[in-house]
Design a protein around this ligand. Sequence first.
Ligand code: ATP
Ligand code: MG
Length: 232
Amino acid sequence: MDASALNFTDVSKVYDGAGSAERYALRDVTFDIAPGKTVAIVGRSGSGKSTLLHLAAGIDVPTRGSVAVYGAALNGLGETERTRLRRRDIGFVFQLFHLLPHLTVRDNVALPDLIAGVRERTYRERVAALLERVGLPDRAGDPVAGLSGGEMQRVAICRALLRRPRLLLADEPTGSLDDASGQVVMDLMLQMVAEEGATLVYATHSRELAAMADRTLRLHSGILEAESDASE
Ligand SMILES: Nc1ncnc2c1ncn2[C@@H]1O[C@H](COP(=O)(O)OP(=O)(O)OP(=O)(O)O)[C@@H](O)[C@H]1O
Ligand SMILES: [Mg+2]
């Protein structure tokens, strides 16, 4: 088993500011997350939470430092290989769901396989099992547009887990939901990553939702401040 699910070593992300000023979205961030752990990323708006998740997903590349997912350094990979690793190992859940409203619930969950040209009989049972797991088997044939926000996020979680990623990343997955449905979605996501044996890293503004993780990483203006680890 790999020693590390996600490793950041001295990672900085710099954006060009007005004039010649450099703006650090992340500054010398170093941490290591063991496989199977759940980790909450907290910090004020603009502190770098989304930047950290995008670097972890290989959606974006660091200015300096290295990011490794299950031992594979993303920096060393070309665009094509990084995309392949992302599709195989990483699932991503966005705040605003990023679903295709006119497609059915079933097709939204199957989307990564549909795009990859995987045959329907290969993913049919997996999609059905995931929708069963999140309590939406009866909605499989409905267009996503008719669902509530909480239901949409449950569909988005199914889609992110479709290919059994080892690392699930979620950027304020309950940020568009009210407290009650946010709690339901978070509970479900934690249960499902435990069942699948995946590692979960999620950004949240909520103290309650952060407390549900094994560990919290706190960002302040791009700097990793303090850590608490409830499990050790
Ligand atoms: N593409 C970009 N170009 C320039 N600056 C950026 C870009 N993306 C992010 N930033 C800056 O980097 C910093 C961190 O942004 P980030 O989106 O990671 O924060 P966040 O913690 O996710 O905030 P929020 O809680 O509001 O989502 C901010 O100052 C932001 O303005
Ligand atoms: Mg953000």
